[in-house]
Design a protein around this ligand. Structure first.
Ligand code: SAH
Length: 245
């Protein structure tokens, strides 16, 4: 079912669809009066029926409020060390499917890609588009934000405001720290995950995270590629939250 995300709440049980979404519903999907679609506003999705189609807007009437809730009981913030080429696109697509709240691209000591100014802006807007289509495809109630690229120290500052932070680190031995971190997860928590680029994190970057109370954890004995590590870490938190909260 088509999922339309809006920042304007319904009035008298009706949403207005305008602009690019109007064009998409009317001319691309060729939807007609009487057909159903989902409208998401502030983390909730209402089942709606198209009531009117004019030359400029579509009016959709709510049939069932809060129809599907695909939100996780926790919020996941993925801090991703900038990887090479188009790996970030894969990471964003998969992380959004798995339920991430926000993706923060981070320039780390071993990031080979350097993004500045216009180049960085263009990348971020492309990444945001990928997040939006993955959100629609996976029936998320929100479109996760891809923030602008942060320096490592700004990323640490942002992470310091979260409730729980983990940094998967290939030199960490054993699963005790991983289990301990998972056992601390409670409903409503905001959880940060730091994943390194291909070259991994420098030791001092790992210490910067443990200094703010973060936990260095293992994702198993094998060395994972950055994109596999990101997907594994988000899946681990997602499944833990779905099963235990
Ligand atoms: N440079 C390293 C690999 C880095 S992998 C090497 O070649 O030895 C990229 C990122 O994935 C790491 O920074 C880490 O965050 C994560 N990662 C990969 N394998 C991991 C594992 N077994 N446990 C925890 N994190 C892992």
């Amino acid at each position: 079912m088509f999922n339309f995300f809006t920042d304007k709440n319904k009035v008298n049980d009706r949403y207005e669809i305008t602009g690019a979404d109007y064009n998409h519903v009317k001319n691309v999907l060729r939807m007609r009066v009487g057909e159903n679609l989902l409208v998401s506003f502030e983390k909730k999705s209402d089942l709606c029926v198209i009531e009117t189609i004019t030359d400029t807007k579509i009016i959709a009437r709510v049939e069932q409020e809060d129809y599907i809730d695909t939100n996780l009981p926790v919020e996941i913030y993925l801090f991703q060390g900038l990887p090479k080429s188009d790996k970030m696109e894969l990471i964003i697509q998969k992380a959004v499917e798995l339920g991430v709240t926000e993706i923060i691209p981070v320039e780390t000591a071993r990031s080979i890609v350097k993004l500045d100014g216009k180049k960085s802006e263009n990348k971020v807007s492309r990444w945001q588009t990928i997040s939006e289509s993955a959100a629609k495809q996976s029936k998320r109630n929100i479109i996760p934000t891809v923030t602008s690229v942060l320096t490592f120290s700004n990323a640490v500052k942002k992470a310091n405001e979260l409730d729980l932070v983990i940094i998967p680190y290939e030199n960490e031995k054993g699963m005790t720290a991983t289990k301990d971190a998972l056992s601390k997860i409670k409903s409503g928590m905001r959880i940060g995950i730091f994943i390194g680029p291909e070259g991994g994190f420098e030791e001092k970057e790992v210490s910067a995270i443990t200094d703010i109370g973060g936990t260095s954890v293992s994702l198993g004995k094998r060395i994972l590629r950055a994109e596999t590590a990101a997907i594994t870490a988000v899946s681990m938190i997602m499944l833990h939250a779905e099963m235990n909260i």
